[in-house]
Design a protein around this ligand. Structure first.
Ligand SMILES: [Fe+2]
Length: 382
């Protein structure tokens, strides 16, 4: 078993860590920063906060506050055009996965040109991007540490995945103080996204001892802290633990890959604009059930990690406990119990199943699947 382990060069986790972003930008030879954030008042406030930190170290900032949930190709291409006119030499992304994925797409186009869909697939770019500092404001997506970006093609409402070593940020930041204003529903959905990353990376066919260590600890931290972070957003210990969980789960799936939960979640995001973490949370227990006979030992380990199983129980008993744990956690943090409640339409499931089988993120899933089997999982989760 060989291990290729990608990770940003510098990773800052913990309270107040965002304050050193200006210093890191100077070390990366930045003089003028293109600050990518989400549209609206929250994104603008975050861009202003980061611009002030950069200014204290002598950097100018050019904000681009136009990232949207499920980021589209046209926003990425608009941002790339703006970047090339800006005279900037470094990109700083602040926000959730959408803002960071948008920034990665902008960076890729800045030095490689063309349309963003040209880079669908693995390692299609020829040149390194401008330096990228990625500051996460949600504890879950892991985008701040990964070489992945998921972009929506608005022409056919499909999502496509770019996997490119050049897109790995130079610096990642997970500071709980940046997450205090996150509302409970977003804390819940992004936290379950982190949990899905940990579970899928641990059960992946490409898991290694390196990714196992990250994924196992991430699952343990989500189990101990997500409910507290949702219940009381000002609970700094819970928020900080979720920062570590998100960071660890992100570095795990960046290297071990994901599985069927994410393959099934992406078409739902593309079709209905449903939050990514929410879809994963609903699908995860059903995918674990589907995979159970092919990864029983892996799910049994995780059942013990989250405190739902016992080392002396059978793998099967622990798998059942693990599924119950996920369902109960979803209920406690107000995740809808099924896809219908979340807004999916039964008549679309066949088309979604076909799309899910074509999703490359599902490749490391421990059990193979056909469109018919995926359809059955969608129906069970409906
Ligand atoms: Fe995810």
């Amino acid at each position: 078993m060989n291990c290729r382990y990608y990770i940003p060069m510098l990773n800052l986790v913990g309270r107040g860590s965002v304050s050193s972003v200006g210093r890191e930008a100077v070390i990366l030879h930045g003089t003028r920063a293109f600050v990518v954030a989400s549209e609206g008042s929250v994104g603008e406030a975050q861009a202003k906060q980061i611009s002030d930190i950069l200014a204290a170290e002598g950097l100018e900032a050019r904000p681009f506050c136009e990232a949207i949930p499920n980021p589209t190709a046209s926003v990425v291409e608009k941002g790339a055009a703006r970047y090339s006119d800006s005279g900037c030499d470094i990109i700083v992304a602040v926000g959730g996965g959408s803002a960071i994925d948008t920034a990665k797409g902008i960076g890729l186009l800045a030095t490689n040109g063309g349309r963003i869909r040209d880079y669908e697939g693995t390692d299609k770019s020829k040149r390194a991007m401008p330096p990228l500092i990625a500051i996460s404001t949600t504890a879950g997506t892991g985008s701040e540490v990964t070489q992945f970006a998921v972009i929506t093609d608005e022409d056919d409402h499909s999502k496509f995945t770019i996997v490119d070593w050049h897109m790995t940020p130079n610096v990642s930041v997970n500071d709980p103080e940046m997450m205090l204003s996150m509302p409970p529903a977003l804390t819940a959905a992004t936290g379950m996204d982190a949990f899905s990353h940990a579970v899928e990376a641990y059960a992946s066919k490409n898991a290694t001892p390196v990714t196992d260590a990250k994924a196992y600890k991430a699952a343990e931290l989500v189990a101990s802290s997500l409910r507290d972070a949702v219940k009381n957003g000002a609970d700094m210990d819970a928020r900080e633990n979720m920062c570590y969980a998100s960071f660890l789960a992100g570095t795990a799936f960046n290297n071990a890959g994901l599985g069927l939960t994410h393959a099934m979640s992406h078409p739902l995001g593309g079709k209905y604009g449903l939050p990514h973490g929410l879809c994963n949370a609903i699908l995860l227990p059903h995918v674990v059930k589907y995979n159970m006979d092919y990864a029983a030992g892996r799910y049994s380990d995780l059942a013990v990690a989250v405190g739902a199983g016992k080392a002396w129980h059978s793998e099967r008993e622990n798998c059942e406990s693990f599924i119950r744990f996920i369902v109960n956690t979803n209920r406690e943090i107000d995740i809808p119990s099924g896809l219908a409640e979340a807004g999916a339409k039964f008549k679309d499931l066949e088309e979604l199943a076909k799309e899910a089988t074509e999703e490359s993120v599902g490749a490391p899933n421990p059990r193979p699947y056909t469109a018919q089997q995926v359809l059955e999982v969608y129906r069970a989760a409906f």
